[in-house]
Design a protein. Sequence first.
Length: 119
Amino acid sequence: MPARLRPAAAEDVAAALARVAAGAAERADLRLLTKHFLALLETRAPGRSVEVRVPPYAAVQVVEGVRHTRGTPPAVIETDAATWIALATGRLAWPDAVDAGQVRASGERTDLAPYLPLG
């Protein structure tokens, strides 16, 4: 079983967010923030019916419902790190990201709007 993601230290998150806002984010900042916000999503939307993928950094299974155990899950959300961070921080609304094609969501329970923003 893969290790669960854990929220990052508040000071590390603040520093990484500041670099993102300044347009000076590095790959390590994107990785830290992606994993941090996916960990928060796991807490806010526990379950295993929807897989949220933010390649190449991490993926989590969230939202209550039919548990997925093998192969590709029936409900998948995929986006890039910059979009995920914008969604998690409230700088981008879920419907806007979906409409713009920044998020690919298929299957039941893939509307994350009730859980966002995360922090």
